[in-house]
Design a protein around this ligand. Structure first.
Ligand code: NAD
Length: 257
């Protein structure tokens, strides 16, 4: 069983939640939902996480981020016990990633990017990878995972010079964009032979979901590009289910810690 905790009504969170529930149903994972208001107090979030910790019938917890300002204090999410931290919200799980130790679970979206590249036999070792975005949830752990694969990694962010971001993307063999900025990766950011992994999920005022890449202009140039929707997001929810199943097995003594 997976417990989903959502704070507020962000369309991106709700889209991920729908995809996760569909995937859970397909593989036989039960889902429980806790919905907190956007103005929830820190005590409410802590109480929800403590309920998950205490409940032996819940094996993993997905908490959507970014959290609103009043819930962003460091330490709040540490309430979740590491065995149920299936999407690396705790310092312990992130530390495991840094130290290359099997502690907790690696974050689902960065893991999904790697799984995708592995599935299509796209080499990472010694390849130039440009990661756009350096958030704790996507960009930074993706860069770390890529370094663990022996890639040569550049990381760009909102304060990088736009021209540097463009050049680093164009020089890369693999571009992974997790900026949350629709249309950022344009035709002049890419070149033939490249692979573009588009993590961005941007829901416009028109309700349409778009990635970070201007798909129509980038797709004809590059070797391969992931669509949005139906790309990284779909694999992310599958990785999440794999983590929940593994957590259930570990918690029931069916797999070593
Ligand atoms: P975030 O807002 O926490 O971080 C965005 C990062 O991108 C920051 O480091 C920022 O410096 C950088 N950035 C923003 N605009 C930029 C620009 N113009 N140029 C260069 N860098 C820029 O967001 P996040 O939680 O890391 O998520 C990133 C995107 O990925 C969002 O669109 C989010 O919805 C999406 N997402 C997708 C999945 C999935 O499974 N597909 C999962 C999580 C997040």
């Amino acid at each position: 069983t997976l417990e989903v905790i959502r704070v507020g009504q962000r369309p991106e969170d709700m889209a991920y939640e729908r995809a996760a529930m569909k995937r859970a149903q397909a593989v036989g994972v039960q889902v429980r939902q806790t919905l907190l208001p956007a103005d929830a107090r820190p005590e409410e979030l802590v109480a929800a996480l403590e309920r998950v910790n205490r409940d032996d019938s819940v094996h993993g917890c997905l908490l959507f981020r970014p959290l609103p300002e009043q819930l962003s204090a460091p330490g709040l999410t540490e309430t979740l016990c590491p065995e149920k931290d299936v999407d690396a919200i705790t310092v312990g799980s992130m530390g495991g990633l840094l130290a290359r130790l099997e502690m907790g679970y690696p974050p689902c979206t960065p893991t999904a990017c790697l799984e995708l590249l592995r599935f299509y036999h796209i080499p990472m070792e010694g390849q130039k990878v440009a990661v756009v975005g350096k958030s704790m949830t996507v960009g930074l752990p993706t860069a770390l995972l890529m370094m663990n694969e022996e890639a040569t990694v550049s990381v760009c962010h909102i304060l990088s010079q736009p021209e540097d971001t463009r050049k680093l993307c164009q020089q890369a063999d693999i571009v992974i964009s997790a900026a949350g900025c629709a249309g950022l990766i344009k035709a002049d950011y890419v070149r033939p032979g490249q692979v573009v992994v588009d993590v961005g999920v941007n829901v416009g005022k028109d309700g349409v979901m778009r990635g970070d890449a201007a798909f129509e202009e980038v797709e004809p140039i590059v070797k391969a590009i992931t669509p949005v929707p139906g790309g990284v997001g779909a694999i992310t929810s599958t990785v999440l289910m794999a983590h929940v199943v593994e957590a259930a097995m570990r918690q029931n003594g069916l797999k070593e810690q």
